[in-house]
Design a protein around this ligand. Structure first.
Ligand code: ATP
Ligand code: BTN
Length: 245
């Protein structure tokens, strides 16, 4: 597989950069990486702290040939792809938190942001954004409002960012191909092995509403299986957050 790669010193958001290209033809697998993001985004417009030269900010364009139903699996397969790359290079086992986070030893290491476009015209563009903390500068740390970690503090050798980026890109390509062939069913067991909250009691937060329940993994459409009062309900991503109880 080949990926076209663009590297920028400074950009607002690598996801937005790719989204702006969309009126024109983009090849699936095109990747944009930046050293710095002035407006890095998390979900629901939250800020992703993106200091210069410290971390990995990467966006991967993918056309969903099989339609928008494929979109649900994207953050799960991307989380697995990040886990594959980190495990292969550094023999470290990360944890995955539904729907879009990668954790290590219980704190956030990386976030995934999926943007979708084209619903109104019947097209199915996806932009897969990955923000992975490598070496957090002290100054940047103070503006992050939740517990975080970075990869370098957990490994003995110096991280080679190019090697890591290449490995993540290759893993995403591989997982996307696997999804196109087999759906995400084939990945669910792997996901469950790494699930931060599997069979744990958690809080599910939807706006003002907080519900306590047990995480029972994810299903083949990528929904969280949330057990509440003895019933398992599928929860479809988007506007919800999970927290440990
Ligand atoms: P949720 O569990 O609600 O989905 P989330 O962790 O996925 O939360 P987002 O809603 O995507 O978070 O918003 C980004 C969150 O990540 C913010 O809470 C922000 O404080 C935090 N954050 C921002 N930059 C970083 C970073 N570089 N590393 C770790 N966390 C960060
Ligand atoms: C999250 O909040 O968990 C998701 C964070 C995603 C951050 C990445 S960095 C590269 C890409 N560009 C963005 O603006 N966001 C994503």
């Amino acid at each position: 597989l080949e990926n076209q790669l663009e590297v920028h010193t400074l950009i607002d958001s690598t996801n937005d950069f790719i989204l702006r290209k969309l009126p024109n033809q983009i090849d699936t697998g095109q990747v944009c990486i930046a050293e710095y993001q002035s407006a890095g985004r998390g979900r629901r417009g939250r800020q992703w702290v993106s200091p210069f030269g410290s971390h990995l900010y990467l966006s991967y364009y993918h056309y969903l040939e099989q339609g928008m139903s494929q979109a649900m699996g994207l953050s799960l397969l991307t989380a697995l792809a990040i886990s594959d790359a980190i495990n292969e290079l550094y023999q470290i086992d990360v944890e995955l938190k539904w729907p879009n986070d990668v954790y290590y030893q219980g704190v956030k290491l990386a976030g995934i942001l999926i943007d979708l476009e084209g619903q109104t015209t019947g097209e199915c563009h996806s932009v897969i954004g990955v923000g992975l903390n490598l070496n957090m500068p002290e100054q940047a740390a103070s503006s992050i409002t939740q517990a975080w970690t970075d990869l370098q503090r957990h490994i003995d050798i110096a991280i080679d960012r190019n090697e890591l980026a290449a490995s993540i890109i290759a893993s995403i390509s591989k997982r996307l191909a696997e999804q196109a062939d087999l759906g995400i069913d084939s990945m669910l067991d792997e996901w469950h092995e790494k699930d931060l909250f599997k069979d744990k009691t958690v809080k599910l937060i939807t706006g003002e509403k907080v519900q306590h329940g047990i995480c029972r993994g994810v299903n083949s459409s990528g929904a969280l299986l949330f057990e509440i009062e003895g019933h398992i309900k599928p929860i479809y991503g988007g506007e919800v957050s999970l927290r440990g109880a």
